[in-house]
Design a protein around this ligand. Sequence first.
Ligand code: HEC
Length: 402
Amino acid sequence: MFDYFWLWSEMIVRWVHVIAGVAWIGSSFYFIALDLSLKPGKELPKEANGQAWQVHGGGFYNMVKYLVAPSKMPDELTWFKWEAYSTWISGMALMSLVYYGSTSLYMIDLEVLDITQGQAVLLSLGGILVGWVVYDGLCRSPLGRNDLILALSGLIFLIILSYIYTQIFSHRGAFMQMGISIGTMMVANVAMVIIPGQKKVVKALKAGEEPNPIYGARGKQRSLHNNYLTLPVIFVMLGVHYPIIFATEYSWLILGLILIIGALIRHFFNTKHKGLPAPYWTWLAASFLVVCCISLSYVGGPTNEDYEISNLNISKDEVHNSAVELVIERCSACHAKEPVWDGLAFAPKGVYLETEAQILKMANEIYWQSAASWAMPPGNIIWLDDEERALLSEWHKKLKDN
Ligand code: HEC
């Protein structure tokens, strides 16, 4: 019964997280596009910066933007912040339920670093905090005065951070850790910079004072960062379900390229929404970088050209029998009707690897998880060396050739 409760909690928190994220990203995309499409109008009050006419859901909307504020503050203001906060809160809850709840399966690789469950959680939380402090420091430093230099320093910092994480956590842990670090930077931008700044502006205006323009400028810079970081964060969240993305040697570098690809795509839409000629070259550049990512995940896998065992003289039957035996030996502690692995009540993801028939049925999945990447066994907790992975690759190839 407790297992049902646990699984349901996980599902419900995930549900909330995705919905909150959709609301946050949706409102963020909407406001960026709105902002870029504003046009001046003669009939507007003099404090107004521009307007847009929109049609949606059977009605017409006339959105007017006041750059500093209208001459009289309205009594009621809608603030956009709970979309961001609830995405982060539900995200941390999900991280705790899944990753912190089973660090040995999701975060730790003893070959990378011999740490305990408590240490893994502390290192993860510490990393998230340090990530924010360094990023915030970069924005406030002299580098922050030039948007392009700041973006480049930020990119380099994020690539270094993701490399450092691979030296602490398992492949999967390191990858997710980057997603949660970047997500935290985005939410902290809202909670620590954008909203407090806006509150100060509103307060000053209500008191009849001139607000300090620094708050507006800072808020705009952080908002721009959030805009460019949105696509990469979603990539990480989905990427942890693709072993050749998170569990190969250059996953940290792939993430760096994804940061650039995400920015290129946002640049395309931002320019287009401004009404300027659309920069189609960004798609070419992004496609080129995607090809680089694909190549990196191919050459960074455990069974690339180095292990050409097909040249060895092993008969097909021998390869098949050895592969099946290997999978039963190394995988069925968890992937069984009654897993003997401590803490597992069910075979994870309903994958059973106890009989030859089950293994044949899962051959493709076994290849992606254990031959093309180091995703399984998790954190290599039940040791599978690269030659054994090569054997699985060879087995898979022979099955395909038939
Ligand atoms: C220590 C326990 C453990 C061992 C040993 C283990 N697995 Fe897994 N396996 C898991 C867990 C946990 C998941 C679920 C991962 C997740 O949440 O995405 C999983 C998921 C999978 C999946 C489904 C992936 C998906 O996203 O649908 C496959 C396929 C798989 N494992 C294959 C293997 C193979 C092949 C081996 C042996 C080489 C193996 N596993 C060994 C724990 C284990």
